[in-house]
Design a protein around this ligand. Structure first.
Ligand code: IYR
Length: 222
């Protein structure tokens, strides 16, 4: 990568403390309404919303600014169907054979199982791929760094952006996910990271009545 010029921080705004506190509190009020949804309606979503959310995800801090990610947006019903069939195959094995008892017990309160109808019902599946390296047109291999961390942060921003637009999401990780390279025709340097099921919640969508740990439990101020 050529050495960039250094420029004054673009678009930075400092807020007076009171305004800063209000903004922080407002954002918490907004983001705490995000819930993982498993009942989706088939109502379509504007592609511009998905495009802007992915652009937001693409601003994530990442290793050496090599941006080790690729997002595949699936709305074609035939492709969604293929993904559902393969995911349910993998999940059937997970729930019935591979998952240790302790893991199944941990999942019990969430009521998940091998059936994944939302992979077809939801209008949009965003399949996130991580890239451990990149190959240039001349065949040169460019190593990527902190790939999992980078893609995790980008995914967090993507979820936040979609929530901010009024869409619901579900992070789905069929195990294993190798089939996604084949179904979506992605190259071997890409590895499926997760499927972000995206859309509007079904009218009667229900979520488990669970809580988040309080601040004292998740943070220490020294
Ligand atoms: N991938 C499976 C199992 C699963 C695992 C965890 I950890 C969850 O928080 C939820 C589900 C599935 O999607 O059902």
């Amino acid at each position: 990568m050529p050495k960039p010029e250094f420029i004054p921080l673009p678009g930075y705004r400092q807020f007076p403390p009171e305004e800063m506190k209000r903004r922080a509190a407002d954002f918490y009020e907004e983001i705490k309404k995000r819930r993982t949804v498993r009942d989706f309606s088939d109502q379509p979503v504007p592609v511009e919303v998905i495009q802007d959310a992915i652009k937001a995800a693409g601003t994530a801090p990442n290793g050496a600014n090599l941006q080790p990610w690729h997002f595949v947006v699936v709305s074609d019903p035939a492709v969604k169907r293929k993904i559902r069939i393969e995911a349910e195959k993998a999940e059937k094995e997970f729930y019935n054979e591979k998952a240790p008892e302790e893991w199944l017990n941990a999942l019990e309160p969430l009521g998940t199982d091998e059936n994944k109808p939302y992979l077809e019902t939801a209008p949009c599946l965003i399949v996130i791929f991580s890239k451990n390296y990149e190959e240039t047109e001349t065949g040169e291999k460019i190593q990527h760094y902190y790939v999992k961390e980078s893609v995790g942060i980008a995914t967090g921003i993507l979820i936040t952006a979609l929530h901010h637009s009024g869409l619901a999401t579900l992070t789905h990780t069929p195990n294993p996910m190798k089939f996604l390279n084949k179904v979506l025709d992605r190259p071997s340097n890409e590895r499926a990271y997760l499927i972000l099921v995206t859309g509007h919640p079904a009218e009667n969508a229900k979520v488990p009545d669970i809580t988040k740990k309080p601040l004292e439990e998740i943070a220490t101020f020294v």
